[in-house]
Design a protein. Structure first.
Length: 273
């Protein structure tokens, strides 16, 4: 989902990223500059990952995913982009008491977003914007579509970042959940001589409204992550991370026989263009 899409060299500048998409990173997607250089304002990225986790929850049932996106950054500091990933969670996870899957077929997440980011002084940056998660597919009768709208605000000081996301309506297939929010803290430390970044993340997903439980189990949870990222070449980075949550049985997949928020080790390779 967004921000997930940024290269190591960008993250280590201490700038926020958004996406966000079932994205969970909080580094800015691009370094803030008063003016664009002669380079194109467009950039693209593609990622291969062994298990797509968003806010600590597997979106692919522990299986690999291919992801990619395109971003545009204007000299005025406004930006927009689109990002997509293969998924399986709608069929893996959301089964209600009547035994109806949330979606009979929905194999892709496609996110669109826009916002504004800038700096306040040398070390402080901020980012505000809007993100829409789109989950095209065929849904079971009576199921709530998973499409979700969020607004977000983020701030970064040196290598520490914080971000708050707020849902404007139904949230990821759960009806009557307006006001659901996600708060995250992150630190990224760049070990310059080695070309690596060490990361630590904490997030809290809090569901609001009458739909904040599923079959008697709370949808709210916390997630934690430790990561190490290595810049291989100018356009490539390799990342290794361990993520864990305290997600309830609401995230148990009866199809896979596992909690999609269980501890997981992920490996990803990203290239930007």
């Amino acid at each position: 989902m967004l921000s997930k899409h940024n290269l190591l060299i960008v993250s280590c500048l201490g700038l926020l990223a958004g996406f966000p998409a079932f994205a969970e990173e909080v580094m800015l997607s691009e370094e803030v500059q008063p003016e664009l250089s002669d380079e194109s304002p467009f950039s693209a990225n593609i990622t291969l990952v062994n298990n797509y986790l968003y806010r600590g929850i597997s979106q692919t049932g522990g299986k690999p995913a291919i992801q990619g996106g395109v971003d545009f950054v204007h000299a005025s500091h406004f930006y927009a982009g689109v990002w997509g990933s293969s998924i399986s969670w709608l069929g893996d996870q959301y089964v209600d008491t009547k035994g109806l899957a949330g979606a009979t077929s929905a194999g892709m997440e496609l996110d669109t977003y826009f916002g504004y980011k800038n700096k306040l002084g040398e070390d402080l940056a901020y980012d505000v914007g809007f993100l829409r998660y789109n989950f095209p597919g065929n849904y079971a009768a009576g199921a709530t579509r998973a499409d979700t709208n969020e607004v977000f605000a983020a701030a970064n000081y040196k290598w520490f970042a914080a971000k708050y996301s707020y849902s404007l309506g139904n949230t990821f297939g759960n009806a009557q959940t307006t006001g659901t929010n996600y708060f995250e803290l992150r630190g990224d430390y760049h070990v310059e001589p080695l070309g690596i970044a060490l990361g630590a993340h904490y997030g809290k997903q809090t569901y609001q409204g009458t739909g904040a439980t599923l079959n008697g189990n709370s949808l709210s949870y916390s997630d934690y992550k430790l990561s190490i990222t290595k810049e291989l070449e100018e356009e490539f980075e390799l990342s290794l991370a361990y993520s864990k949550t305290n997600a309830t049985a609401a995230y148990f997949s009866p199809i896979l026989g596992q909690n999609l928020g269980r501890g997981a080790l992920t490996v990803s390779l990203t290239r930007v263009f």
